[in-house]
Design a protein around this ligand. Structure first.
Ligand SMILES: Nc1ncnc2c1ncn2[C@@H]1O[C@H](COP(=O)(O)OP(=O)(O)OP(=O)(O)O)[C@@H](O)[C@H]1O
Ligand SMILES: [Mg+2]
Length: 220
């Protein structure tokens, strides 16, 4: 499903080179739930952004469903992201001026679905996540746990095959965090491939496999 071959990410800071990812290789199977752990600054988010096509590596290949996405141009990359990847972020990244329903509709707008299709789909995903009675609320009118459920609904709106969650419980209390973990575990059961970054070892235990990153390298 996901094949990462020798990717490196190097930033030029003035005349210095900063190696943030150093020849990382990784295979993630279809339907696998993988947790990525490691110290702050070790390159976890950078790696997630490469998998999701939000950023490209300086060297190496990122192959998703047999396609090397590291060389896709902007427009094709956006299409790839919108169709195949659902992102969940620590800070939710919801659009504050839009309602929960409209936020969840966003990826469907980009995909060019009809108005009725979009509304029906967005509503059904929100209902599935226990948010059916909050669809008209704006992000500021929701609790943190509810915001994260809206952001999960948005990630799932286009029915992507891969879910990337970068510290999805980082801003939540333990009860809401546990609810998010239960949702992710449930989606694993439904066959989604999930990659999650976490600082919480209890959470990492929900995953099939734990990958440790340190100083831009995968520890073996
Ligand atoms: N645009 C950039 N230019 C230069 N350096 C960058 C840039 N983006 C990230 N970095 C550096 O890359 C390193 C890895 O960052 P990354 O965000 O991947 O870490 P992380 O493992 O996700 O950390 P955290 O657990 O704190 O979220 C950091 O040292 C950071 O300073
Ligand atoms: Mg990070």
């Amino acid at each position: 499903m996901i094949k990462i071959k020798n990717i490196s990410k190097i930033y030029n800071i003035g005349s210095e080179k900063l190696t943030v990812l150093d020849s990382v290789s990784l295979d993630i199977e279809k339907g696998e739930f993988v947790a990525i752990v490691g110290p702050s600054g070790s390159g976890k988010s950078t790696l997630m952004n490469m998998i999701g096509g939000l950023d490209s590596p300086s060297m190496g290949e990122v192959i998703i469903e047999n396609q090397d996405i590291s060389k896709l141009k902007d427009k094709k990359m956006s299409k790839f992201r919108n169709e195949k990847i659902g992102f969940i972020f620590q800070s939710f990244n919801l659009e504050p001026t839009l309602t929960a329903l409209e936020n969840v509709m966003m990826p469907l707008v980009i995909a060019g679905a009809s108005d009725k299709e979009m509304k029906d789909r967005a509503k059904s995903v929100l209902e599935d996540l226990g948010m059916g009675d909050r669809i008209k609320h704006k992000p500021t009118e929701l609790s943190g746990g509810q915001r994260q459920r809206v952001s999960i609904a948005r990630a799932l709106a286009n029915d992507p095959k891969i879910i990337l969650a970068d510290e999805p419980t980082g801003n939540l209390d333990s009860k809401s965090g546990l609810a998010v973990m239960e949702i992710l575990t449930d989606f694993k059961r439904r066959g989604y491939t999930i990659v999650m970054v976490t600082h919480n070892m209890e959470e990492a235990k929900h995953a099939d496999r734990i990958i440790r990153i340190k100083d831009g390298k995968v520890e073996v």
